[in-house]
Write a protein that binds this ligand. Structure first.
Ligand SMILES: NC(=O)c1ccc[n+]([C@@H]2O[C@H](COP(=O)([O-])OP(=O)(O)OC[C@H]3O[C@@H](n4cnc5c(N)ncnc54)[C@H](O)[C@@H]3O)[C@@H](O)[C@H]2O)c1
Ligand SMILES: N[C@@H](CCO)C(=O)O
Length: 363
């Protein structure tokens, strides 16, 4: 039986939901997945940092209201997040990065991921910034250090879109992808159809845990822009930069527009797409589209998302599932940990695994 010691960077909706899963289902994971999980460090901009290399007792932290959590004064606690020190120095097997997504330069999450990989620690992240803006560099860094860089939750939350493409569509030529890739905007468009005004719908999406810390990224399409970059780079080998993906969001759509569309048999959807041109380059965009009711993406409602892969041998293959949500996204992190286990340690029965890694590195 292996054990993975985790350092959680950011303790907001997603990483807190992961801690809840570990607290509630840890025994089941051991039985079904062949490993146990222990949290040895947590950092958060608001709560500070907490380190216990013997394993943090999660119950009292999870019992506290998120906004009231403070690690200062606890044994091993500090008011300062101390991200760099925790990531580099605390012995952990996996660094789980779930701080705010920064669509401009990916920071500070990009540095968090770099520090972890350079320290020989695996990384799982739901943060789209580092993956979209520096994915190739980070994969190279991970390979150099013999560790994994996993990011299933960066596109479509816990719905396994990236692993489906990587593992199940081998041998096909994927010529393009098209999808609804933002839970917040899709939820909001549904509320607009019901006559709810945009600011109210945004507040509801925030309360449900779908929206970014700054929901502008959801409404103006920047979140989908990053996801299109990730998908296109992963499945089309596109190497897109942000300026390569034209981007229009849903802020110009009113409840009246949404209801008028319904009366004409149409539904407004925020569609992200990337397609290979005949010369091999990739064209990508994010824009609202009024889809006819018979379109495969028109029936995708609420925080549910879907991605259609256009392929040569199978035609169109569409995968649909949750696109946002705290627990759904925490599941993506669990699926990343399972992938790390399968890739590196499935045959090990030693614990803790960071010692195995350190011994391997010492040669
Ligand atoms: N919530 C979802 O449905 C969802 C789905 C997929 C991906 N994501 C991504 O996952 C990440 C986390 O999402 P969330 O919903 O938990 O967000 P959140 O805003 O609830 O939590 C983010 C946490 O990170 C902390 N933080 C920010 N900067 C920090 C720093 N420099 N050091 C330490 N802590 C820092 C904040 O204090 C906050 O508690 C985001 O990047 C988001 O884009 C979220
Ligand atoms: N805010 C994002 C979270 C998932 O990346 C969304 O609504 O889709």
């Amino acid at each position: 039986m292996g054990r993975y010691d985790l350092a959680l960077i950011g303790f907001g909706g997603v990483n807190r939901a992961l801690a809840e899963l570990i607290a509630a289902r840890g025994d089941r994971f051991a039985e079904e997945l062949g490993f146990t999980l222990r949290v040895v460090a947590i950092t958060d901009l608001r709560a500070g940092s907490l380190v216990d290399t013997a394993g943090i007792d999660l119950a009292p932290l999870l019992a506290a209201e998120p906004g009231e959590l403070s690690f200062a004064g606890l044994p091993g606690g500090s008011a300062d997040p101390r991200n760099k020190w925790v990531i580099r120095e605390v012995p952990a097997d996996i660094v789980v990065e779930a701080t705010f997504t920064n669509p401009n330069d990916g920071e500070p999450a990009l540095s968090h991921v770099r520090w972890a990989l350079e320290s020989g620690k695996h990384v799982c992240t739901t943060n789209k910034g580092p993956v979209a803006l520096a994915g190739s560099e980070l994969k190279r860094l991970a390979a150099e250090h013999g560790v994994s860089f996993e990011f299933e939750g960066s596109v479509l939350s816990g719905t396994p879109i990236l692993r489906t493409a990587q593992r199940l569509l081998g041998g096909l030529e994927i010529t393009g992808v098209q999808g609804i890739m933002n839970g917040t905007s899709n939820y909001i468009l549904g509320r607009l159809e019901e006559g709810v005004e945009l600011p109210t719908a945004v507040t509801q999406a925030q309360e449900l845990g779908y929206a970014e810390a700054d929901p502008t990224a959801d409404i103006e399409g920047h979140d989908v822009q990053l996801k299109v970059m990730i998908l296109a780079n992963e499945v089309l080998g596109a190497g897109l930069r942000r300026e390569d993906v034209s981007c229009t969001g849903i802020s110009g759509i009113t409840p009246q527009d949404a209801q008028d569309a319904i009366s004409k048999g149409l539904r407004w959807k925020l569609v992200g797409s990337a397609a290979r041109r005949p010369d091999g380059t990739v064209e990508a965009r994010v824009a609202p589209v009024a889809l006819p009711a018979h379109h495969a993406l028109a029936g995708i409602s609420g925080p549910v998302n879907a991605v259609a892969f256009h392929t040569d041998l199978l035609g169109t293959v569409t995968v649909s599932g949750p696109g946002a949500g705290r627990t759904e996204t925490a599941y993506a992190l669990l699926s990343d940990i399972i992938a790390i286990h399968q890739h590196h340690h499935a045959d090990d029965d030693t614990a803790p695994l960071h010692r195995v890694l350190q011994e391997t590195h010492r040669g």
